[in-house]
Design a protein around this ligand. Sequence first.
Ligand code: SAM
Length: 323
Amino acid sequence: AESRSNRAAVQATNDDASASKLSCVKKGYMKDDYVHLFVKRPLRRSPIINRGYFSRWAAFRKLLAQFLESGISSNETAQPKKQILSLGAGFDTTYFQLLDEGKAPFLYVELDFKEVTSKKAAVIENSSQLRDKILGANSSISVEEGQVLSDHYKLLPVDLRDIPKLRDVVSFAGMDPSLPTFIIAECVLIYLDPDSSRAIVNWASKTFSTAVFFLYEQIHPDDAFGHQMIINLESRGCALLSIDASPTLLAKERLFLENGWQRAVAWDMLKVYGSFVDTQEKRRIERLELFDEFEEWHMMQEHYCVTYAVNDAMGIFGDFGFT
Ligand code: SAM
């Protein structure tokens, strides 16, 4: 059993994430017309934090774009049906941005604790900017249920550790196990106990035969910087429960390979920023703010990683991945 306070503290990390994203948006690192709707008290983050969030966003968006473009042959114009499942989505606004960019998939499903989905549903209900995007004949918003239902977007409450419930919610949302699926877990699994993390990864692999799992989270808790990272979170009542089970890049890859995934690749964010994020984009954002904390930047980026895992029953992900 977990304490109420840990649950509340983990949920609060979501407010932090939104505030940091807004800080980046205001400085011009990336475009997001919706994140401000979710932030009560805007904060200005340091250049190093802004750059860190940018690198995470850029890597995520580049892999997501590869997924959305995969399996389209040159003589086809119509997008094949695809779906996205965001685990512990928090106040993430990717769906609304993708709509504006004309890139939204057939179905986008977001899951989180009910406390969080209720708040998100309330923000969506109270903002015409968001509400107008999802309202249609079949749509409904319930703040009390923490639920938003529409043809192409669903927001639903669930405790991810309850696999039978997770299975029910995903089928209630209308997800089709045979469709290409992009599963997102950004700073989520690390807060769960290792058995729950493994169970979710395993369930996802068994459920979706043509899928990419995108994982972003902390690694290397054992050196000085990692130790400080853990202490900072603990002082706010959060525990990184899974980190001891997979503290290294190799362990992140193993988490997937030992739980049913065909292919898994883990890179730390130093390498992701250096070798995957677009050079032109880096040139643009590196001019936005004065930046001289190179040593700290290197240390911080070595403590976060992107792992992606691939199951490719349909054979459409041949070119997917880093490089
Ligand atoms: N993925 C979002 C992002 O990157 O902006 C939010 C990240 S936030 C650090 C972690 C989120 O995971 C919180 O919204 C929290 O409520 C959710 N979460 C943690 N444990 C969960 C669980 N057992 N079931 C459902 N959601 C959970």
